[in-house]
Design a protein around this ligand. Structure first.
Ligand code: BV8
Length: 238
């Protein structure tokens, strides 16, 4: 059991109880704004101020005092610390709650809200303030060339090769707090199953789009089901 490898995928549901909105729940972000207006390269080309305003609002919200890692983020950081084999945490979330909880082996496949990317020099820099068309790139000093360092619809998610390599050899794949609507993350469970040895587990508030592909599922709030699952894995494996 000691050498066994774990891959964990998280989505917006894990950060809901920290005070951040999900996307596709009835009160979620996509019920308030249209993807085509704020989360595509075409939207940014058409109306950069609108896209900056959308992310400025979410960046300020993420940095509010009340938004903190919850028991589910803490449990995954503990699993990484205490699991004797390898563990990779892949998050679709652009918040920084996993790293604040202490996770280290972490891939932000959809990028990070608290970073800016310069379209002139390519530099990625920490960014905590509102972004405007007058903002200067901290690396090259050019004005008007910054965008938030997230992956929009139609763009390639980050570090896909590393993710598929890990899915190809994992023994346990766990999907947490994601509706399974967005490709390629929605295909990770099938990829893990195809390696011929992975046990697949869904932890979510409700069955996701791909729920039938999981060997095991536990439904409830992430702050309850994730710590309980981690406790069991560390004690008894799967
Ligand atoms: C790509 C980042 C090529 C920034 C986001 C048709 C037309 C055009 C495109 C497509 C198409 N069909 C497919 C596509 C591809 C497209 C796609 O999937 N579209 C969908 C909508 C059909 N995908 C792409 O374009 C991707 N790129 O495909 O490139 C490629 C790639 C690989 C290999 C070859 C080629 C890029 C997608 C990136 C999108 N970026 N945003 C930002 O945040 O603004 S999307 C957005 O969705 C977020 O990033 C989010 O993380 C992601 C997934 O959502 P979830 O995290 O699952 O959130 P959701 O609200 O849906 O679900 C929450 C769940 O939590 C629910 O199930 C709920 O019940 C549960 N929950 C709620 N509360 C709790 C809880 N669970 C536990 N506890 C709780 N308390």
């Amino acid at each position: 059991m000691e050498e066994r490898r774990i891959v964990i995928l998280t989505g917006a549901g894990i950060s809901k109880e920290s005070g951040l909105e999900t996307f596709r729940d009835p009160d979620g972000i996509w019920a308030q704004v249209r993807i085509e207006d704020v989360a595509t390269p075409e939207a940014f080309a058409r109306n950069p101020e609108r896209v900056h305003a959308f992310y400025n609002h979410r960046r300020a919200g993420l940095q509010a005092d009340a938004v903190l890692p919850n028991a589910a983020h803490d449990a995954l950081a503990r699993l990484e610390r205490d699991w004797p084999g390898e563990m990779l945490l892949v998050t679709q979330n652009i918040d920084d709650l996993h790293e604040r909880a202490g996770s280290k082996a972490l891939i932000h496949m959809h990028g990070e809200l608290l970073k800016a990317r310069c379209l002139a020099c390519g530099a990625v820099s920490p960014w905590h303030e509102p972004m405007t068309l007058a903002s200067l790139c901290p690396a090259c000093g050019t004005a008007g060339t910054l965008r938030v360092n997230v992956v929009w619809f139609g763009e390639m998610p980050m570090e896909m090769e590393r993710i598929y390599d890990a899915l190809g050899v994992c023994d346990l794949f766990v999907s947490i707090g994601t509706s399974g609507n967005v490709y390629p993350a929605s295909g990770f469970v099938a990829e893990a199953r195809n390696n011929g040895r992975a046990h697949t587990v869904e932890l979510n508030l409700e069955p996701s789009e791909g729920h039938s592909l999981f060997d095991e599922a536990h439904y409830g709030p992430a702050t309850e089901v994730v710590p309980a699952f981690v406790e069991r894995i560390l004690k008894d494996g799967w």
